[in-house]
Design a protein around this ligand. Structure first.
Ligand code: HEM
Length: 180
């Protein structure tokens, strides 16, 4: 196990965090009534940011496979080690779930959703499938928001109470302890 994440892993972590938060901000409008032109334009913006997240997610999984993750502080009790691992894997699963449901839902949309010149509405339009997948997409969104809040609380705990390097290592994205 390494001492730290690589610089690329840290940069991807922060880029994904920023884009997902901005994308959630665009997507929170979808629950309410919207003018059709606004909905279609916002769908394209949301799906474009979602596809950038998809690319970063694939890169992140590859780097995690190649470089692994740093060792957790030896002072951490076993229940915290278990929770940290469980939380991180669940975050990966929820991101994958959001991406898969997002792309499939876009596939069944009634109008084109053009992302980098490609129309994502590639299946024939099906309102039932669209709404069914949309409720799963919404469920994954709520679950990931909850986990992001827990993740931020854990980062604050490591920094201010446990006073270990976990959070400060991730904050210093321009530096790594393992020369990668
Ligand atoms: C990156 C993570 C993503 C997050 C956090 C996210 C979040 C959301 C949220 C909160 C909604 C509104 C749900 C509702 O109120 O019913 C939504 C709707 C939607 N998302 Fe995503 N999404 C993500 C990725 C994607 C991707 C990759 C695509 C497709 C390429 C996509 C396509 C859509 C579509 C088509 C809608 C429905 C818009 C509408 O109701 O008019 N999403 N998403």
């Amino acid at each position: 196990m390494s001492l730290d994440y690589s610089k690329a892993q840290k940069v991807i972590h922060w880029l994904m965090a920023i884009i997902i938060i901005l994308d959630l901000n665009v997507a929170q409008k979808f629950g309410g009534n919207m003018e059709l032109w606004d909905r279609l334009e916002s769908r394209a913006d949301h799906a474009t940011a979602g596809m950038v997240v998809t690319f970063l997610f694939i890169l992140r999984v590859i780097l995690r496979y190649l470089y692994g993750a740093p060792k957790l502080p030896s002072s951490m009790p076993s229940w915290q080690v278990f929770s940290a691992k469980f939380g991180h894997y669940t975050l990966y699963l929820l991101m994958a779930g959001l991406i898969i449901t997002g792309i499939t839902m876009a596939g069944f949309a009634s109008d084109p959703i053009v992302v980098f010149g490609v129309d994502m509405a590639f299946f024939s339009h099906n309102q039932n499938n669209f709404h069914l997948i949309r409720s799963l997409h919404e469920f994954f969104t709520n679950a990931i928001i909850l986990l992001i809040v827990v993740h931020i609380c854990a980062a604050i705990y490591h920094h201010f109470l446990a006073k270990d390097d976990t959070t400060s290592n991730m904050l210093k994205f321009w530096k790594t302890k393992n020369n990668l």
